[in-house]
Design a protein around this ligand. Structure first.
Ligand SMILES: C[S@@+](CC[C@H](N)C(=O)[O-])C[C@H]1O[C@@H](n2cnc3c(N)ncnc32)[C@H](O)[C@@H]1O
Length: 200
């Protein structure tokens, strides 16, 4: 069954409202710091794509072809690719910047997806994220757990109770504290891959 995330017109309608209410400023921050070859993972209907600076080379990757068609109507300068975050179809260290907004709550295996992000990001490249996360308030986190199955069904994949920042750290990313902003369960920040893996 399709959820809101898989129905382009419905997702765009809902997100237009959310963006209008102030969320667009967070999108601009995430996209505004992109430099060089940039991969946007889970670009969906392409809501961020019009905001990249013209000198940035953008590749948008998305699971769902229908969503990429909607993205193509918004921009014609980006290369759009059907693919999965858990198996990125790119060579190691291919990108200077990787962007994700509202994606790792939906990726089926976020840890594997973030390992793939680390693989295709060049050493000292930047990951810029805008994600909602598990609440730090215990009661709220319990409510998120309760709501998760129905919420995941209605949205088409979103998990409101994911500790994405903890997953990032586990994988070997270091969140830049100066860049980090939190508003309720919403987070935006830049991160670098800091694993001691000699391969990076
Ligand atoms: C809430 S939408 C966000 C879309 C867009 N990034 C935005 O900010 O509006 C989540 C997106 O992640 C995509 N997605 C989920 N799992 C994915 C995966 N494993 N690989 C790539 N994209 C994925 C979904 O298809 C959907 O377009």
């Amino acid at each position: 069954m399709k959820g809101v995330e898989q129905i382009p017109w419905l997702y765009d309608l809902y997100m237009s409202l959310v963006d209008h209410l102030g969320f667009a400023r967070w999108r601009w921050w995430v996209v505004g710091g992109a430099e060089g070859r940039t991969l946007e993972v889970g670009c969906g209907t392409g809501r961020n794509l019009p905001f990249y600076e013209p000198e940035v080379t953008v590749v948008g990757l998305e699971l769902d072809l229908l969503l990429l068609r909607a993205a193509r109507k918004k921009v014609n300068h980006a290369l759009l690719v059907v693919g999965s975050a858990e198996a990125l179809p790119f060579r190691d260290t291919a990108f200077d910047t990787i962007v994700s907004s509202l994606v790792f709550c939906s990726v089926r295996d976020p840890e594997l997806g973030l390992r793939e992000v680390a693989r295709v990001l060049r050493p000292s490249g930047k990951l810029r994220m805008l994600e909602h996360v598990r609440s730090e308030v215990r009661v709220m986190a319990m409510l998120q757990n309760l709501a998760q199955p129905a919420w995941t069904l209605v949205t088409g994949g979103c998990h409101p109770n994911r500790g994405t920042e903890a997953t990032l750290r586990r994988v070997g990313f270091e969140i830049d504290a100066d860049s980090r902003r939190a508003n309720g369960t919403m987070r935006r920040f830049a991160a670098r891959y800091s694993s001691m893996d000699p391969g990076k």
